[in-house]
Design a protein around this ligand. Structure first.
Ligand SMILES: CC(C)(COP(=O)(O)OP(=O)(O)OC[C@H]1O[C@@H](n2cnc3c(N)ncnc32)[C@H](O)[C@@H]1OP(=O)(O)O)[C@@H](O)C(=O)NCCC(=O)NCCS
Length: 333
């Protein structure tokens, strides 16, 4: 059975923001045992953006959201809720959503942070859409913002090269009949937790000199294990969207997958028999920005005219948890 909302709900505008500072593969090769060749061929990244000290996720998120509001031709006062999707909140509390609300000057909104790791934006989009579909909320901003450089160990070639900072935002509201989110499927599997995590700083391992000395405040992952599961997870759940909705794969004009490794995206596209010209790819310039990968890749695809009103797109993501999911959407504008 498809998971379709009773009221058609879709995305009506997008926005993005990246910090100016470009960090290239050569910058890492200058002090680590790595090379542009290794990073390019194994992961498909050439450069990424990193913030300067003192810039937080809410700063990036607020700018991306402001662009989405401008594109929609509305103001912050037209929002009912803000969902900030992030694994790198400004601080544990208050929520990054509250800080974004304050920065953009929204009034009379509610909101909170959503952390489903690299699926945060996808799950946040569904949550925002469900509020609108309830009929009692008109407009929700879903903002994916992460400063992954804040949790990347700068001395570890295995992880530091993979991540970037950035933000993407969408406005979610009721759309024409037959448009918007047609179906979604999302999964949680905590058995995958040991393979991708940041163990320090929470209630299990509160910050201490010991947790800092043991580098527990950085991302850790079992790369090959995550790679295998990401390819299978995103392929299977995307295939489910196609089969369950009796969609001809040829009619899927745009496939936007979480950008963790270009080889993962290519492998998923191959399994889905999706030609690469229909696959959004921004990892080469921005690396893995976690909650921001899908909304920014979507925004950039729209700028290129890759998706038009009435056409179908699939969003898919896989991340820590494990979390996994896909969403089928008919573009509404
Ligand atoms: C992380 C990842 C890029 C590593 O690529 P890989 O081909 O699996 O490489 P491996 O981990 O097997 O490492 C192979 C070798 O390359 C080395 N290596 C790792 N990073 C390197 C780097 N930046 N430069 C040079 N060598 C590197 C490793 O140390 C290892 O060396 P060894 O054989 O001497 O021990 C890949 O596994 C991946 O993308 N995994 C999934 C990531 C993901 O989706 N994360 C989710 C976040 S949402």
């Amino acid at each position: 059975m498809t998971r379709r909302f009773a009221i058609p709900v879709g995305i009506t505008a997008t926005g993005q923001f990246y910090p100016d500072r470009v960090v290239t593969n050569e910058d890492f090769a200058a002090y680590l045992d790595t090379s542009d060749e290794w990073i390019t061929t194994r992961v498909g990244i050439k450069e990424r953006r990193w913030v300067e000290p003192g810039v937080a996720s809410s700063d990036l998120g607020a700018k991306a959201l402001q662009m989405a509001l401008d594109r929609r031709g509305i103001g912050p006062g037209d929002l009912d809720a803000i969902i900030a999707c992030t694994v790198t909140p400004d601080m544990l509390f208050p929520s990054t959503a509250a800080l974004i609300q304050h920065k953009i000057g929204a009034k009379n909104v509610f909101g909170y942070d959503m952390n489903a790791a690299c699926c945060s934006f996808l799950f946040g989009l569904t949550t925002g859409a469900a509020f609108v579909a309830s009929g009692v909320v008109k407009r929700v901003a879903v903002v994916g913002c992460d400063i992954m450089s804040s949790i990347a160990d700068k001395s570890d070639r295995n992880t530091v090269v993979l991540f970037g900072d950035g933000a993407g935002a969408v406005i979610v509201e009721q759309v024409e009949e037959g448009m918007g989110i047609l179906d979604f499927e999302h999964y949680l599997d905590g058995a995958g937790a040991p393979h991708l995590l940041m163990p320090g700083g929470g209630s299990l391992n509160p910050p201490s000199h010991e947790t800092v000395d043991k580098k527990m405040h950085f991302v850790r992952q079992n790369g090959q294990e995550v790679y295998k599961n990401a390819v299978k997870g995103m392929s299977d759940v995307s295939r489910l969207m196609i089969d369950r909705n009796k969609v001809d794969p040829v009619d899927v004009r745009l496939f936007v997958a979480h950008q963790a490794n270009a080889r993962i995206i290519e492998a998923v596209a191959k399994r889905l028999e999706m030609p690469m010209e229909r696959v959004a790819m921004n990892i080469v310039h921005y690396a893995n920005t976690t909650s921001a990968t899908i909304p920014t890749a979507l925004h950039q695809s729209l700028e290129k005219g890759a998706l038009k009103k009435g056409e179908l797109a699939i969003f898919a993501a896989f991340g820590a948890g494990y979390t996994c999911g896909a969403t089928l959407i008919r573009w509404a504008y």
